[in-house]
Design a protein around this ligand. Structure first.
Ligand code: Q46
Ligand code: ZN
Ligand code: ZN
Length: 315
């Protein structure tokens, strides 16, 4: 196949757009898709401070790389989840990437802060590992971004992630999730920091190709706890459909965002207030993260003291 722009041999074929690109024009295409995402959703301005949530995988490192190349003030945040060797090697990739570019990186360790990794917390609270992990990550992203005075948190969610999440939300008619599913979530005065997904126009295959063509080393192994999780099952189903009809994922996601999402937006969201334990925004008295940590019989090893009486009462 020839490059759609210059007619040289194409390195990457993009079937849903019926096009292909050589290295130079693929990188240009990738940057343009990110620029368009930022522009269309007014995700952030050039002078704003961005905190990029980096896991060491292809998506988040591609995102951090492209934001730096586009000239944004983007710092990294790596959250150590304490998932055996997977976490160790992921952290290494992130540190190497940041070191090579001289980009500021913050590292927060869940086992370091709470004395237990997400696997242990999940077991102690009888939650699915990805649910405990997801809650821990969302909580930590917001806390670190708010403490550091960042304007926006960026995550590496790509089109495949968003289409699979949408598929799952529709399968179970999770209307509250559908109301919030968007490449941009605005900040709230209660302390919720704005969140953006600048890669939502690009597929997983394209972020991998970007890393290969840019010479970015990334964690190739998947998290050992991802095996058999629902999102991966939905991704497989959508991949089968995509193979037969290129563009399926694109149509599903963009059709929803452009034509259906506004119907799910409810009235005013539940008002948030500071958590009595940690001060992070919550709809109840104590936020779900503090409740999970308390249920696990743990406490933050630095900073705020969590009264043990409350731990007992909440069980
Ligand atoms: S890191 Fe955490 Fe993922 Fe591993 S435990 Fe699940 S949510 S799969 S993106
Ligand atoms: Zn070309
Ligand atoms: Zn809390």
């Amino acid at each position: 196949m020839k490059c759609t722009v210059c007619r040289e041999t194409a390195s990457v074929e993009i079937r849903r757009h019926n096009s292909g690109f050589c290295k130079t024009h693929f990188l240009e295409y990738f940057e343009n898709q990110v620029r368009k995402a930022i522009h269309d959703y007014r995700m952030f301005q050039p002078d704003e401070r961005i905190l990029v949530a980096v896991s060491g995988g292809k998506d988040s490192l591609a995102l951090w790389d492209v934001l730096l190349r586009l000239g944004y003030r983007a710092d990294g945040l790596y959250i150590g989840l304490g998932i055996d060797e997977y976490s160790d090697s992921s952290e290494e990739e992130v540190r190497r990437f940041a070191g090579q570019r001289g980009a500021p990186l913050q590292v927060v360790s869940i086992p370091g802060e709470y004395g237990e990794g997400v696997r242990g917390i999940a077991a102690k609270t009888r939650r699915a590992p990805c649910s405990a992990c997801g809650l821990g990550k969302r909580y930590t992203f917001n806390r670190i971004a708010a403490e550091g005075g960042y304007d926006v948190i960026c995550t590496g969610h790509n089109m495949d992630d968003e289409a699979a999440a949408l598929f799952g939300n529709v399968m179970h008619w999770q209307t509250d999730y559908l109301a919030r599913q968007s490449p941009l979530m605005e900040a709230e005065s209660s302390g919720l920091v704005r969140k953006a997904k600048p890669l939502y126009r690009l597929s997983e295959r394209e972020t991998a190709a970007y890393c290969v063509l840019r010479g970015i080393d990334y964690q190739v192994e998947e998290c050992p706890m991802a095996l058999g999780n629902k999102t991966n099952q939905y991704k497989e189903l959508l991949n089968q459909l995509e193979l037969q009809s290129p563009g399926t994922k694109h149509h599903l996601l963009f059709g929803f965002l452009e034509r259906a999402q506004p119907f799910f937006r409810a009235g005013d969201p539940t008002p948030l207030r500071p958590c009595e334990r940690c001060g992070e925004p919550t709809s109840g008295e104590v936020c779900s993260f503090c409740r999970m940590i308390e249920r696990a019989g743990l406490a933050k090893t630095q900073g705020l003291d969590i009264p043990l009486a409350a731990v007992e009462a909440d069980r």
